[in-house]
Write a protein of this length. Structure first.
Length: 310
C-alpha cells in the first residue's frame, strides 16, 4: 500500500497550526500585563521544551541530537525562536494583535526569497502565483491598518523582523537535515532559545519577585502548552514533510484566524478588506499544498528532518 504524499500528511498539521497559532496573538497583551516580555517568553519556552522532551521519552524516542548537528540547531533556534518570540510579542503590544500577526506572517514571502537568493532554488511558476496571492492577502489587510502603523512604527518594523527571522531560521534548519524526530528537535530548540531569554529577563526585567494573578498564570500556561508546545511541534513536523518555501506558505491562514480572534477579544476591525484577504490566503495555501512537478522544478526530494512519528 502506497504511503500518503507528504502534503497529505501535512494537511492535518496545518489545520492544527492554524488554529493554535491563530488564536494565540490576542493573548500576548494579556500575558504581559504583570510580567515582562522576556520573562513571559523565557518561562513559556522552557516549560514547553521540557514538556516536549518528556513526551518524546514517554514515547520511547531518543532525545539525543548528534554532536555534528548542534551548531545548525543552535543557530536556527536563536534566529527563529529568539528573534521571532521577542519581536512578535513586542509588535502585538505596540499595534493591534491581528495586524502584528499579519506582519509576522510575511514569513512565507521571505522564505521563498531567502532560498532563491542564498541557494539558487528558483520558485516554480505555481509557487510564484501562491506567493503573489499571499502577498496580496497581506496587502489587503495592511491598507485599513496604516493608521496603526503610522502611530507605532516600531511595531511595524518588529513585525517584519519577526517574519524575516522565522523565515531565515526555518531555512537554516531545513538545510541542516537533522536526523531526529520533530518532538525532540522542537524540545531542544525551545530550551536553547530560552537561555538568552532568561539572561535578558534577569538583566532588564522588573527586578522584583512576585506571584502573578491567576488570570495571568492561566494565560501563560495555555500559551506554553498549546501554541508553544503543540504548535511548534506541528510546525517542525511540517518543515520535515515539505520544502521550506511550501512549509512557509502553509502558515498563511494563521493571521486570518488572528484577525478574527482579535476582533472577538479586542474588538479589532473585521470587514471587507479582511474577507478579501482570507480568500487570497486560502487560495495561496491550496496552491502550495497541491503543487505538482513543473518544468524546472528540482527533481530530487529535498532533505528533511524526520517527522514526529519517525
Amino acid at each position: 500500500m502506497a504511503s500518503p504524499h507528504p502534503a497529505a500528511k501535512a494537511v492535518p498539521l496545518v489545520l492544527v497550526l492554524t488554529l493554535v497559532w491563530g488564536t494565540n496573538w490576542a493573548l500576548f497583551p494579556l500575558a504581559v500585563r504583570e510580567v515582562s516580555v522576556w520573562t513571559f517568553r523565557a518561562v513559556s519556552l522552557t516549560a514547553a521544551g521540557f514538556l516536549l522532551l518528556a513526551l518524546a521519552r514517554a514515547r520511547g524516542l531518543s532525545v539525543v541530537i548528534p554532536r555534528a548537528h548542534w551548531l545548525p540547531v543552535t543557530a536556527a533556534a536563536v534566529i527563529y525562536l529568539v528573534v521571532w518570540n521577542l519581536a512578535s510579542t513586542y509588535a502585538a503590544i505596540l499595534i493591534p494583535s491581528g495586524q502584528a500577526a499579519i506582519l509576522g506572517f510575511t514569513m512565507p514571502m521571505w522564505t521563498v526569497l531567502v532560498v532563491w537568493v542564498l541557494f539558487g532554488e528558483r520558485p516554480t511558476p505555481r509557487m510564484w502565483v501562491a506567493v503573489a496571492l499571499a502577498a496580496l492577502g497581506v496587502g489587503l489587510l495592511l491598507v485599513p491598518a496604516r493608521a496603526a502603523y503610522a502611530s507605532a512604527p516600531a511595531g511595524f518594523l518588529l513585525g517584519l523582523l519577526a517574519g524575516f527571522g522565522w523565515a531565515l531560521g526555518t531555512v537554516v534548519l531545513k538545510r541542516a537535515a537533522v536526523p531526529v524526530p520533530a518532538l525532540v528537535l522542537t524540545g531542544w530548540q525551545l530550551l536553547i532559545a530560552a537561555l538568552p531569554l532568561w539572561a535578558g529577563a534577569l538583566w532588564i526585567g522588573w527586578g522584583h519577585w512576585f506571584v502573578p494573578s491567576w488570570q495571568t498564570l492561566l494565560v501563560i500556561t495555555y500559551i506554553t502548552i498549546v501554541p508553544m508546545a503543540i504548535g511548534n511541534a506541528a510546525w517542525f513536523a511540517i518543515v520535515g514533510l515539505l520544502p521550506a518555501s511550501v512549509a512557509g506558505l502553509s502558515s498563511v491562514m494563521v493571521p486570518i484566524v488572528a484577525m478574527v480572534t482579535g476582533a472577538i477579544v479586542h474588538a479589532e476591525p473585521l470587514g471587507p478588506w479582511q474577507l478579501g484577504a482570507m480568500a487570497c490566503c486560502g487560495s495561496a495555501l491550496a496552491l502550495a499544498l497541491t503543487r505538482r512537478n513543473e518544468k524546472g522544478a528540482p527533481a530530487s526530494t529535498p532533505r528533511t528532518v524526520r517527522g514526529a512519528d519517525s
